[in-house]
Design a protein around this ligand. Structure first.
Ligand code: ZN
Length: 204
């Protein structure tokens, strides 16, 4: 039972994770998240995100998330893996307003982003008392595959396999996330770095 969430938006983060994972999650007074013993499971949410959330909660390794509304600097971030002491943000800071902004434009992409964050932190997680992993790219790359699986679950569309792997990259102000042959999402940022639009795949 080692998913811990703290900070000013801890409750809102757990509410979002409850909605997106389809599990009924509880945030205890000790900052620890558990799955409600008699909770319902929403079968229409992503199985990948469901099992990832279960695995994090059951793991002996600690995932400890600080939940804030938004980053104290301009832009769109969703989360910061590393600490940013200059603006007083600890490692694993998640910005709930960025995630809900995505959700307002694409419910599927918001779930993929949530899965990315959890997978990345889970990859770096270590037992309580030990320093978590610091090699960001080592955890970031598998998290893109998790994103793709979540989008695949929710759309029924195939994801890249074999030599072609799910990828993400930024081109000017557009961040492209390619999960499969017909499963590409684009986040379009405005002049101030704010997320202004999500372009979903055709027919979603
Ligand atoms: Zn990442």
């Amino acid at each position: 039972m080692t998913l811990q969430v703290y900070g000013p938006r801890a409750r809102q983060f757990v509410t979002l994770l409850t909605e997106y994972s389809g599990l009924t999650l509880l945030l205890g007074g000790n900052e620890t998240v558990t799955v409600s013993a008699n909770g319902l499971i929403n079968p229409f949410e992503s199985e990948t995100l469901q099992s990832l959330t279960w695995n994090v909660i059951r793991s002996p390794n600690l995932v400890r998330i600080a939940a804030f509304s938004s980053a104290p600097v301009r832009g769109f971030f969703a989360d910061w893996f590393h600490a940013n002491p200059g603006v007083h943000r600890p490692r694993r800071s998640v910005f709930v307003s960025d995630i809900t902004r995505v959700a307002g434009m694409s419910a599927i992409l918001a779930r993929a982003v949530m899965g990315h964050i959890l997978q990345e932190y889970f990859g770096a997680a270590r037992p309580p008392g030990q320093q978590p992993g610091r090699a960001f790219s080592h955890y970031h790359v598998p998290a893109i595959r998790t994103e793709a699986q979540i989008a695949g679950d929710l759309t029924g569309r195939p994801i890249w396999t074999g030599n072609q792997r799910p990828w993400e990259g930024s081109f000017g102000r557009t961040n492209v996330r390619s999960y499969g042959p017909n499963l590409k999402f684009q986040l379009v940022l405005g002049g101030l770095g704010r997320l202004v639009r999500v372009i979903e795949p055709d027919g979603i």
